[in-house]
Design a protein around this ligand. Structure first.
Ligand SMILES: NC(=O)C1=CN([C@@H]2O[C@H](COP(=O)(O)OP(=O)(O)OC[C@H]3O[C@@H](n4cnc5c(N)ncnc54)[C@H](O)[C@@H]3O)[C@@H](O)[C@H]2O)C=CC1
Ligand SMILES: O=C(O)C1=N[C@H](C(=O)O)C[C@H](O)C1
Length: 271
């Protein structure tokens, strides 16, 4: 049994993940971390059934010391995630991070901590298999279609923009796309922000509206043709098999890994 602690149990992702981990016969959800008092065990909150007697902690130091999890899964906020991961890696507790919105500086610092403590840290900007495929396909296409823009569309409660998925997609594309100027060389934004954010020259446009869950289009343009690679998460169920996969994989490594595409084999692991 893999002993897992989860941060953010009442969130949109966290609550779904609690149910998934409770149902999994090779995972033992030993504790959850919330930032405020919500009861001593999860079943005392209105959103979980009576048999969810999982202890709730407000202090990560106590959680790690008392429950000794093998893996700490973070599904919280850009503000909290770094601090949690730092505590875990320093105490040599493996980490799976689903939370997006960390700065590059924070990610590099976690990589250093992971290396120094020889403790695995898997960062998954997107746990959904289809989104991972979208990113892989986009990287393939970018070798042939260097002009590309990314449009990501999410629910209006999302805190970070652009999404972790969009940034990761742009980073993968940048590995193969020859740096060059897109659009007209004399292009001017009449209204600031009209051309979106720029990741090494790749425009990223973020849409936030009620009604959306998590969606992305990667549009490649060439003379007389367009190629669009699109992924839609219609519910948070789409992320759950990826969470279990990441927890299983983090037990087999001591490395710092960003993106589940680095862990997939050609045999269709996540099915
Ligand atoms: N990697 C992936 O596939 C996915 C990642 N996400 C990311 O996961 C994160 C969570 O997303 P949602 O569930 O939609 O957000 P949410 O706002 O519904 O949930 C976040 C939860 O974290 C809790 N929280 C905040 N600070 C905390 C702390 N210090 N300790 C413990 N709990 C704390 C909040 O009370 C809240 O319940 C976001 O960063 C989002 O971008 C979301 C969906 C998929
Ligand atoms: O906040 C979300 O909802 C999501 N966040 C992740 C991201 O920033 O890419 C993954 C997915 O898009 C859902």
């Amino acid at each position: 049994m893999i002993r897992v602690a989860l941060a953010g149990p009442r969130g949109r992702m966290g609550s779904e993940a609690v149910h998934t981990l409770m149902k999994n016969s090779s995972i033992d959800l030993v504790a959850v971390l919330d930032y405020k008092e919500i009861g001593k065990v999860l079943s005392e909150t209105s959103i979980f059934p009576a048999n969810y007697e999982i202890p709730v902690y407000n202090k990560i130091e106590e959680l790690l010391q008392i429950e000794k999890p093998d893996v700490f899964l973070d599904l919280t906020t850009p503000e909290s995630v770094y601090d949690h991961a730092e505590h875990c890696l320093t105490k040599q507790v493996k980490v799976v991070i689903g939370t997006t919105g960390m700065s590059e500086k924070q990610s590099s610092s976690l990589q250093k901590l992971s290396d120094e403590n020889q403790t695995a840290c898997i960062i998954a900007p997107n746990f959904a298999l289809g989104a991972i495929m979208m990113m892989k396909f986009a990287k393939m296409a970018a070798a042939y279609f260097p002009d590309v823009e990314i449009i990501e569309l999410h629910h209006d409660q999302k805190l970070d923009a652009p999404s972790g998925t969009a940034t990761k997609t742009a980073s993968l594309i940048s590995e193969v796309r020859k740096p060059h100027q897109q659009g007209h060389p004399e292009e001017k934004e009449v209204l600031q922000g009209a051309r979106g954010a720029s990741y090494q020259g790749i425009p990223i446009h973020s849409v936030r509206l009620p009604g959306f869950t998590a969606h992305q289009k990667v549009i490649f343009g060439d003379t007389g043709q367009l190629l669009t690679i699109q992924h839609d998460s219609m519910s948070r169920q789409s992320f759950m098999s990826g969470i279990v996969f990441a927890i299983e994989k983090v037990m087999q490594t001591n490395d710092y890994i960003v993106g589940l595409e680095n862990l997939l084999t050609e045999e269709g692991d996540l099915r």
